[in-house]
Design a protein around this ligand. Structure first.
Ligand code: UGA
Length: 454
């Protein structure tokens, strides 16, 4: 089939690459000329495992900034643009509606096209997109254009986005239109049936189950996305709340999470306590869900509490640091990790960055390191007063305290006694509990440190 994906962010580019790999002709469109130039050279604008190699191998994909150049032949059009937060928490739908307007203005007459929304949009927005595109096409005369609409939310995680696209747990289609449903199931058939040969750069898991498919109405489909993300966020906040109580009562949170996760109904994932959740999705989606609820005069105290607990994690670590170091002006603090989670170079909306910023605000000299996100951080946070360090050792040199802010495996493997010798002070704040097991099982590896988890 001929496919157009609008937006080449995490959702758009991974979807486009996967669809081209399974045999479709794909045109990726973005208003950002810099991204399109990179993609034309088969370089991914984001750092994702396997993406560069996959892009280099694809013959049936092309990229453009001009939607009108490629829309004419499209059988299926994906809207995969961003929906960032507005200051009041509402999702900003400017990009989504701009994509809809462009589609409405550029659709060729007498085409039969399925338009699919992959962007995370508040409940009801799929309906609004359909209305706007239909109206635009009618204004231009209609001319027998047949339009079909579906919501098809994306559940990929940054850092393993291609893996999640090729080997998803679930596939949700929200539509009342039989043709749209049929087009989507045909388009994704090799993925739904897991019948494709795995790309060399994205090996398949073993075993390789077929994704579960849910066919529902558009509103439920939109809500599955929000309800899932926010549920994961509140699962983490719950683990963080239990961890805080455990600190008072005694108890090993790693074991508690493990013990809880042994119950299949709870499952072991998203129970890791620490500095809390960040990134482009959980914070934005929890605020958007609360904003939707507010619009309807409905309270969501559980979601509000999850957001509150998440914010409190930052205060908890800051007060632990203050308890030990007392006044921060004149103190040097190493912060290891800036990305919002390990295995990504994405340092936006990162609790680790917020912590480093708060320490600077309180007068400390903050030396930061990240295994992958340093280049991005140097650009985005160049005026934030951080001292950027190329190695953990450089950050640790003469530090009064060291904070592990992102749970990169690289940090677990550090020679901690060498790090200790470089430091002026002994405080090690493990805001991700990365070394908790080491502390319990091999405490000699952390000799000389005053260790505190979160
Ligand atoms: C999240 C969801 O996991 C995806 O399913 C969804 O498609 C995506 O949002 C989206 O809406 O696009 P992502 O933001 O890439 O994916 O990150 P996650 O791996 O879910 O982690 C989110 C945050 O939770 C990170 O800051 C991470 O450090 C934190 N986290 C995660 C914990 O603090 N504890 C845990 O046990 C797990």
């Amino acid at each position: 089939m001929n496919v157009v994906t609008i937006g080449t962010g995490y959702v758009g580019i991974n979807t486009a690459a996967a669809l081209a790999y399974i045999g479709h002709h794909v045109a990726g469109v973005d208003v950002d000329a810099r991204k399109i130039a990179m993609l034309r050279e088969r370089r991914a604008p984001i750092s994702e495992a396997g993406l560069d190699a996959l892009l280099a191998s694809l013959q049936t994909i092309r990229f453009t900034t001009e939607l009108s150049e490629v829309l004419g032949e499209a059988d299926v059009v994906f809207i995969a643009v961003g929906t960032p937060s507005r200051p009041d928490g509402q999702a900003n739908l400017d990009y989504v509606y701009s994509a809809a307007a462009q589609i409405g203005a550029a659709l060729s007459p007498a085409r039969d096209v399925t338009i699919v929304v992959k962007s995370t949009v508040p409940v009801g927005v799929n309906g609004m997109i359909e209305t706007r595109i239909r109206e635009a096409v009618q204004t231009r005369g209609g001319d027998g254009t047949k339009l079909h609409f579906a919501s098809n939310p994306e559940f990929l995680r940054e850092g393993c986005a291609l893996h999640d696209t090729f080997y998803p747990d679930r596939f949700v289609i929200g539509t009342r239109d039989d043709k749209a449903f049929q087009m989507l199931t045909e388009l994704f058939a090799p993925i739904l049936e897991q019948s494709f040969v795995p790309p060399a750069s994205v090996p398949s898991p073993s075993p390789r189950p077929r994704p579960q498919c849910l066919h529902t109405d558009p509103i439920s489909s939109e809500m599955v996305k929000y309800a899932s993300n926010v549920f994961l966020a509140l699962k983490i906040s719950y683990a963080n709340e239990i961890a805080g109580l455990c600190e008072k009562l005694g108890g090993n949170m790693a074991d508690i999470s493990r013990g809880m996760g042994m119950d299949r109904r709870i499952a072991p994932y998203f129970l890791q306590s620490g500095l809390g959740w960040g990134g482009s999705c959980f914070p934005k989606d929890s605020l958007a869900l609360l904003s939707m609820a507010r619009d309807y005069g409905y309270e969501m105290p559980i979601v509000e509490a999850a957001v509150h607990v998440n914010r409190r994690q930052l205060d908890r670590i800051v007060f632990k640091i203050l308890d030990k170091l007392r006044v921060l002006p004149g103190k040097r603090i190493a912060v290891l990790g800036l990305s919002f989670k390990p295995n990504t170079d994405d340092v936006r909306n990162s609790p680790s960055v917020e912590l480093a910023q708060e320490l600077v605000r309180r007068g400390a000299c903050v030396c930061v390191h990240d295994p992958a996100g340093l280049a991005n951080a140097r650009t985005i946070y160049k005026d934030d007063g951080f001292l950027f360090c190329d190695t953990p050792a450089e950050a640790a040199k003469n530090a009064d305290a060291l904070v592990i802010a992102t749970d990169w495996a690289d940090y677990r493997a550090l020679d901690w006694s060498a790090i200790r010798r470089l430091m002026r002070g002994a405080c090690l704040f493990d805001a991700r509990n990365l070394l908790r097991d080491t502390m319990v099982k091999n405490p000699h590896l952390l000799d000389g440190f005053e260790y505190q988890g979160l």
